[in-house]
Design a protein around this ligand. Structure first.
Ligand code: SAM
Length: 242
């Protein structure tokens, strides 16, 4: 349990805490927060700027180049201050396109911790001394560049909370899903109506034969997984093939 007695605590260090307000007040996360299964604390890095007047947190890069770089002082001060809250200092994560790729096994690993501090960059990113001095774990959500670390932080929170006990209605969800323990992608799912615009639900799903349904799902799951293998294999697919 975290200091506040909740299951999992995230501390988000950002220049734009307001970005999170809609996301935190909807659906699964809203319930998880209400039930105190998860706690999310937002910290504005500007509050730790040594510049009391303008709350400046960034400056031009030495050596020239475009954009602005986040200075070390506010980040160090913020991390050090919030780590002192409670007995568990937590794991510091820097969201960066240069980091280790976020995958389902990594999500699962992170969900085994109790507190994550998520450091969101902006502009051209962080002064290198933040990485060298605070030694964060560096995580990327993919090989592309977002405008800031807030959306990557939300992706990380969104994926990790699915493993926090009690957050999902049915805990089997995380076991059977794509990229889960099975190593396969999930099978196709259908709901009502039985027929929609000429597309019918496969008969087998209406058969009531649970063994046959499980077998069909396994086969579909394997088919789907094979289809999303590396591009060389994918490009071998015949035209018109789903
Ligand atoms: N100049 C940096 C570079 O080339 O690597 C990119 C800076 S990006 C515009 C600003 C911030 O967005 C980064 O500091 C990081 O926190 C976040 N960010 C952008 N893309 C990301 C990704 N793929 N994964 C995680 N964080 C990302």
């Amino acid at each position: 349990m975290t200091p506040a007695g909740v299951g999992f605590r995230f501390d988000v260090l950002t220049l734009f805490p307001e970005i999170f307000s809609g996301y935190l007040t909807q659906s699964i996360l809203k319930l998880a927060l209400q039930q105190k299964l998860v706690e999310i604390c937002l910290w504005n890095l500007r509050d730790w700027s040594p510049d009391q007047r303008h709350h400046q947190v960034d400056d031009r890069p030495f050596g020239g180049g475009p954009g602005m770089v986040i200075m070390p002082e506010p980040v160090f001060a913020c991390v050090e201050a919030i780590r002192q809250q409670g007995p568990e200092p937590g794991t510091l994560i820097m969201l960066t396109p240069a980091g280790e790729r976020l995958t389902q096994p990594l999500v699962r690993e992170l969900s085994g911790l109790k507190r994550l501090l998520l450091l969101c960059g902006r502009y051209e990113g962080f002064d290198e001394r933040i990485r060298l001095g605070l030694k964060p774990r560096e995580i990327s959500i993919g090989d592309f560049v977002c405008n800031g670390g807030e959306v990557p932080a939300m992706v990380l929170i969104d994926t990790v909370v699915r493993y926090v006990p009690g957050v999902l209605g049915d805990e089997k969800s995380v076991v059977e899903e794509s990229h889960s323990e099975t190593g396969r992608l999930e099978y196709p799912q259908y709901t009502r109506p039985r027929e929609f615009r000429g597309l019918a639900v496969p008969e087998i799903l209406l058969s009531g034969n649970h063994q046959a349904i499980a077998q069909w799902r396994r086969e579909q799951s394997e088919l789907r997984s094979r289809r999303t293998q590396p591009t060389t294999e994918r490009s071998e697919r015949k035209e018109g093939e789903p």
